[in-house]
Ligand binder design. Structure first.
Ligand code: DX5
Ligand code: ZN
Length: 216
C-alpha cells in the first residue's frame, strides 16, 4: 500500500502555544504541518500571517504545507515562501493568472498546489495538472475547522486520481475538511495521498492516538 502523508492542521491547535502542539504532532509521526492562511475576504475568517510562519519555522524541520485561502495569492505568496513554506497551495477560485503563479512558486524552489472548493469541478484545473505538485480537494466549505465531511466529494477525488494515473502526472491529491479515521480511509480508497486533519487530532483526549488512527 502507498504511504499516506499526514498533514495536521494547526487551525485547531492552541494558538497561545503553537510550538508545543507542533512538537506533539511531530512526536506522533506527522509528516507535514498544514497552515491555514485566511484573509477575511476570500473566506469569512482571519488566521495566520507570514510573521507567525517565520517564528514557527525555527521550531521544527517538518515541511510547512501552507494553504492560502486569500483573494490575492499573487501578492502575498512570496512572504510565505520567505517565511519558510515548503509547499504553497492557492485557490483556483481566486482571480489570478494561475499558470504564472504556479510557475513563480516553483521557480522559487518550493512546491506549488491548487485547491478547489466543493462547488468547483475538476475540469476547472485539468489543464494545470501537468505543472502542479498537488491538488487540494476541499471536503468542507473553506473558512473554519470542525465542520462535517462532505461525502459527495469522494467522486471528485476518484476523478482526479484517474486523470493523474492515466496521464502519469507527478501530482499528489490532498483532502481537507472533516477528516477522521473513517472519512480519511474513504478518501484514501478514492485515491487521496495526503490527509489534512485539524479538529479530530487536536480536540482528541489523546492527539497522538488520533493521528495514528489516520494511518491505518
Ligand atoms: C478549513 C481549513 C482546514 C481545516 C480542517 O477551511 O482549510 O484545513 O483546518 O479542519 P478540520 O479537520 O477540523 O475540518
Ligand atoms: Zn486547510
Amino acid at each position: 500500500m502507498k504511504k499516506i502523508i499526514i498533514s495536521p492542521s494547526i487551525l485547531s491547535a492552541d494558538f497561545s502555544d503553537l510550538s508545543k502542539d507542533i512538537a506533539v504532532i511531530e512526536d506522533a509521526g506527522a509528516d507535514w504541518v498544514h497552515i491555514d492562511v485566511m484573509d477575511g475576504h476570500f473566506v469569512p475568517n482571519i488566521t495566520i500571517g507570514p510573521a507567525v510562519v517565520k517564528s514557527l519555522r525555527k521550531t521544527t524541520k517538518m515541511p510547512f504545507d501552507v494553504h492560502l485561502m486569500i483573494s490575492e495569492p499573487e501578492k502575498y505568496w512570496r512572504e510565505f515562501q520567505k517565511a519558510g513554506a515548503d509547499l504553497i497551495t492557492f485557490h483556483s477560485e481566486a482571480k489570478t493568472d494561475k499558470k504564472k503563479l504556479i510557475e513563480d512558486i516553483k521557480a522559487s524552489g518550493i512546491k506549488a498546489g491548487i485547491s478547489i472548493k466543493p462547488a468547483t469541478p475538476v475540469s476547472e484545473i485539468e489543464n494545470l495538472l501537468p505543472y502542479l505538485d498537488l491538488v487540494l480537494v476541499m471536503t468542507v466549505e473553506p473558512g473554519f475547522g470542525g465542520q462535517a465531511f462532505m461525502e459527495n466529494m469522494l467522486p471528485k477525488i476518484s476523478e482526479l486520481g484517474k486523470l493523474i494515473d492515466n496521464n502519469k502526472y507527478n501530482c499528489l491529491i490532498e483532502v481537507d475538511g472533516g477528516i477522521n479515521a473513517q472519512t480519511g480511509m474513504k478518501c484514501v480508497e478514492a485515491g487521496a495521498d495526503v490527509l489534512v486533519s485539524g479538529n479530530y487530532i487536536f480536540s482528541a483526549a489523546n492527539p497522538k492516538e488520533a493521528l495514528k488512527s489516520l494511518c491505518k
